[in-house]
Every structure is written in structure tokens, then in C-alpha cells.
Design a binder for this molecule. Structure first.
Ligand SMILES: [Zn+2]
Length: 311
């Protein structure tokens, strides 16, 4: 079931109405707004008009949607990334990212408040902890906690947590920043590969043979490739690295030797594959891009199954 269907179910339940009735109201709302809002957006307006307030309800992670404010949810910590310090416009702060899941899905949770972060630092919240999050907001499809939000350990148990990255199949025209999507698309344009250097120990970007963590190092050369994808609804600039570039049928020789680079285009233009990754804002170009994390061949068997199930 997709996000929208879940949302409709939830509204129908809370309002004590039939699902069909909710869907009818959503379509009417969209028509009235000349299709300017997404189905999810229209469903939220309908919910508000019915007096349904998700602020107090606890949502499953798969029900957490773009544009929601003040959400409450429960999940198990799958992964904690290192606490980072930053200094932005003279303001010092810390931030930490968690991957949190329940039996419906998983998502990134970002903590900004030092009190919340201290729960990680002193080991009160660790991988495997079940946490209750309240009053959080959604930014770029991720759950963000400010000092107005709350996070605490819960005694509840969650079984069968979804730990694998969850990609939703979405049309490119419907994809928004933060969405983690899978798209069947054709490569319609390719740019020159670009090169950078990383530390062999931590994999972080190295500048002038120096790593921030490891000092003077002998860096490894890496490539990134920008391509434009088209799924028939929209074209979108995308970026991929290393192994994923190889999955396009380009080996390291193709990428790293200057005389092979001009042949890249003819090798991959027009190729159709499944691309999975995260939609991100490119602040430099003021566009959204797909950060490709997985490239897969289109499996003809599953495709036939898909078509048959639709017929
Ligand atoms: Zn390093």
C-alpha cells in the first residue's frame, strides 16, 4: 500500500467515513485547487476540514509524509552516525543522524538539540533502543527534532523492523526532495566525469593529500558522473559514484583514461535501467537531483509479471 492509501485509510478511520468518500473529497479538493496540490497534500487539507488532527496521533513511519508538522512516532534505532559539530554564521552546534525503523518502513531522524544529543553521547539511546518521538517536524522527507521536540526511551517492543533502505516507486514529476525513490528511466544525457580524492582510511574527501581526520595521506582517486534521466514524465539531473558507475557498463578504464572518456556517451546514452536513490536539493543550481545509490538491470520476468497483474 502506498503512502497515499495509508493516509486515506487513517483519515477514514478517524472520521468514521468510507475510504471511497475520503477519496472523493480529495479529488474534489484537488479539482478545486486546479491540481496544484499533490494527492497527499489534498488529503491533509481534507483531514483538517474534518477536524482530524494528526498532532496528537502516533504515526507509523510509512505514514509520515512530506509537509506534515508536529508528528509523533515510535521506532527502533537501526543506526547512529557520529555526532558532528558545526559552526554556522558564528553559531556553534551539534547534529546527529539516526536511522529509525518500525515494521512499516524506516527513515532518517535528525537531532539538533544538545539535550537530545547528550542522550546519544552518554549511551542512553543506542542502536537497538526503541524511542518515542513527539512534536517533530518533517524536512526533506526526514524527521527533524528541535528543542521543542521530545525524544525518550520507550519500553514498547517492535518486531520485524524494516532495516533495508526503502525505495518507493515514483514518477519523477511527483518526486520531491527527501524522497527515496526507485525509477525506471532512460539515460538521455551524460556529462563529463569529474574527479576527486579521498582518504584511503576513512573515505572522506581529501584536499592537497590531507585528510581532516588522518592528516597527510596518499589519497585514492574517485570519479563522479552526472547523467540526465527521463522516465517519460520528467527529466532529472542525477549523480552517481564508483561502483554504480561500473553498473552502467563502464569500467574504471572507461572512466579514468582521458582517451576513453569521449566514448562514454555512446556507451550509455539510451540505456534504460532501474535507478534508486534519494532526491536532494542542489542549492548551487536551485534544482532537485537524484543521488543514485543503486543501479539495477530491468528484470524482464518481473516486468512481465507487473504488466500481467495490471491487465
Ligand atoms: Zn581519513
Amino acid at each position: 500500500m502506498d503512502n497515499y492509501q495509508q493516509l486515506v485509510d487513517r483519515i477514514a478511520q478517524s472520521a468514521n467515513l468510507q475510504k471511497e468518500e475520503i477519496e472523493r473529497r480529495v479529488e474534489a479538493k484537488r479539482a478545486k485547487l486546479s491540481g496544484l496540490v499533490s494527492k497527499e497534500g489534498a488529503a491533509q487539507i481534507v483531514a483538517a476540514e474534518l477536524g482530524i488532527n494528526f498532532d496528537k496521533e502516533r504515526l507509523k513511519i510509512s505514514e509520515v509524509l512530506h509537509g506534515m508538522r508536529k508528528i509523533n512516532t515510535l521506532g527502533k534505532v537501526i543506526e547512529i552516525s557520529p555526532v558532528r559539530s558545526f559552526n554556522k554564521n558564528g553559531r556553534e552546534g551539534k547534529v546527529v543522524n539516526l536511522l529509525v525503523g518500525d515494521e512499516s518502513s524506516n527513515t532518517k531522524v535528525v537531532l539538533w538539540d544538545t539535550n537530545h544529543i547528550s542522550l546519544i553521547e552518554n549511551g542512553k539511546i543506542k542502536e537497538g533502543s526503541v524511542i518515542e518521538i513527539s512534536n517533530a517536524s518533517i524536512r526533506n522527507g526526514e524527521i527533524h527534532l528541535s528543542s521543542f521536540s521530545d525524544i525518550k526511551i520507550s519500553k514498547e517492543k517492535i518486531e520485524n523492523v524494516v532495516t533495508k533502505r526503502v525505495y518507493s516507486e515514483k514518477k519523477l514529476k511527483d518526486a520531491r526532495p527527501g524522497d527515496v525513490i526507485k525509477t525506471r528511466s532512460v539515460i538521455v544525457h551524460t556529462f563529463e566525469p569529474r574527479y576527486f580524492e579521498v582518504c584511503p582510511q576513512c573515505g572522506k574527501k581529501a584536499v592537497d593529500e590531507e585528510c581532516k581526520n588522518h592528516g597527510k595521506i596518499k589519497p585514492i582517486k574517485r570519479a563522479l558522473l552526472n547523467i540526465t534521466l527521463d522516465d517519460g514524465t520528467e527529466t532529472i539531473r542525477s549523480v552517481l559514484f564508483g561502483e554504480q558507475i561500473n553498473k552502467l557498463g563502464l569500467d574504471d578504464k572507461d572512466i579514468f583514461s582521458p582517451e576513453e572518456v569521449p566514448k562514454l556517451k555512446e556507451k550509455i546514452l539510451g540505456e534504460e535501467k532501474l535507478f534508486a536513490g534519494r532526491m536532494v536539493n542542489n542549492t548551487l543550481y536551485n534544482t532537485i537531483e537524484l543521488n543514485i545509490e543503486q543501479v539495477e538491470e530491468i528484470n524482464p520476468d518481473s516486468l512481465i509479471q507487473q504488466l500481467e497483474s495490471k491487465a
